[in-house]
Design a protein around this ligand. Structure first.
Ligand code: T4K
Length: 398
């Protein structure tokens, strides 16, 4: 198969000038996306469906949801975990449960759900720049952004790479602030052998289909105590306590039985899938390390990483080509990478007017958002294809 790239042209002085046309050999006949969910043989899901059919219990604390919640807490090594229907609702509830007010310090370098969850809670995001090494919220810049209106810090473990928790916690303690971790990418990440999901006052995971671990849509809230977990559980079910008593302005964030069944099925494959991700990670690293103008976000040695994403940074000044050029060229050979997280949240029309959104306040985040490209990365991606993608990227260097 060959892909025909339609001619690109520009009009100069009223005349159409052809810039380029041609055919490209695709890296694979099938389109290669940034991710693909791992689907085991369908026969593994069918017994769960049978159970659901027999039970006629589709949602609302069904047996599979209860089992999934229990198994997840065990696997992740946390005590108080509540499953929810998606990570965004998880964030909304986690923020609500902490009863925050005013301003929340957060990162502009994330998926929009991070900042949106604050606005949905009538809170004002205050964007603080990120670290160059990791893309995570820079703890050294947090204190400057604290005002009497600040009530919490909302950092994100971007790509699953842990934030500098010690520094963040020390600041929170000094200023009496809460810490909510958006741990959407940090499924089963450990630091010095301990789950990072216990950090701060509350953490939220996402199990979206594009995530390292998936229940189709889904997520979980990790609470610091039984009392907080019970509050979370009320909030995810409209605020109900028993049949007729409603104690909170809750919402509906319950996970249904089909999602829980999918999650239970996936839990059985955790080790095998992590191993595959680890091997694929090494393929990309081996192929790309040493390419001038391409760098990575290093993960600390004390971290047991989940290999959630494979982001590279392309420095146009050294590589000779911009990240966007590489992104477009890869499309021509049937490879669809993603520019997670571009545009920066703070640069979106809806957030641009915030005082903290000024680009001069966020130089590192602005640069990273222009440089990062997330390469196709999922357990079933063949090593040969990954190596070809890496080789193709290298061939684009000027
Ligand atoms: N906080 C952070 C830091 C997050 O990254 C996210 C979600 C959240 C909070 C909120 O959690 P959730 O409410 O989503 O649980 C995706 C996801 O929708 C989103 O969950 C994720 N972050 C974000 C980083 O990425 P898109 O717009 O990139 O997804 P989409 O549909 O373009 O998918 C990307 C590629 O994946 C496709 O080109 C093909 C492949 N794909 C996707 C789906 C959905 C499949 O092969 N099968 C599928 O079913 O947002």
């Amino acid at each position: 198969m060959q892909i025909f790239v339609k001619k690109e042209s520009r009009v100069f002085s009223g005349k159409e000038i052809e810039l380029r046309m041609g055919t490209y050999q695709p890296i694979s006949d099938e389109a290669i996306f940034v991710t693909r969910p791992h689907l085991p043989d369908m026969s593994e899901y069918l017994p769960y469906l049978e159970t659901i059919w027999n039970n006629k219990h589709l949602t609302n604390w069904g047996p599979l949801a209860n089992e999934f919640e229990k198994q997840l807490a065990e696997v992740l090594g946390v005590k108080y975990l509540s499953i929810v229907s998606n990570g965004t609702l998880g964030l909304l509830i986690a923020i609500k449960v902490l009863n925050l007010h005013g301003e929340i310090i957060t990162t502009p370098y994330s998926f929009v759900a991070t900042a949106h969850s604050l606005i949905w809670n009538q809170l004002n995001p205050v964007f603080v720049d990120v670290e160059d090494a990791t893309g995570n919220l820079n703890p050294d810049l947090i204190e400057k952004a604290i005002t009497p209106a600040t009530s919490a810090i909302l950092p994100v473990h971007i790509y699953g790479n842990p934030c500098d928790h010690e520094k963040i916690q020390a600041i929170a303690k000094r200023h009496n602030l809460k810490v909510i971790y958006d741990a959407a990418h940090a499924f089963n990440v450990r630091s010095d052998g301990q789950s990072i999901l216990d950090w701060g006052d509350i953490s939220v995971l996402s199990f979206h289909a594009t995530k390292v671990f998936s229940s189709i849509e889904g997520g979980a809230i990790i609470s610091p105590s039984l009392e907080v977990k019970q509050h979370v559980d009320r909030l995810k079910n409209f605020g109900f306590v028993g049949e007729v008593s409603i104690e909170d302005i809750g919402i509906n964030a319950k996970m249904n039985e089909f999602q829980a069944a999918f999650g239970l099925m996936q839990l059985k494959h955790l080790d095998e899938l992590k191993q595959k991700r680890k091997e694929l990670f090494k393929v990309y690293l081996d192929c790309l390390t040493g390419t001038e103008g391409i760098s990575f976000f290093p993960v600390n040695e004390n971290v047991d990483y989940n290999y959630a994403y494979f982001p590279i940074r392309i420095d146009k000044k050294v590589f000779g080509r911009s990240r966007d050029y590489v992104y477009e060229e890869l499309k021509k050979v049937n490879v669809f990478t993603r520019r997670y997280f571009y545009p920066l949240i703070s640069s979106l029309e809806i957030y641009r007017t915030f005082e903290s959104s000024k680009p001069e306040n966020l130089p590192v985040a602005c640069e990273i958002a222009e440089q990062v490209l997330c390469l196709p990365f999922y357990p079933d991606l063949q090593h040969e294809i990954a190596a070809k993608i890496a080789g193709y990227i290298k061939s684009l260097k000027k």
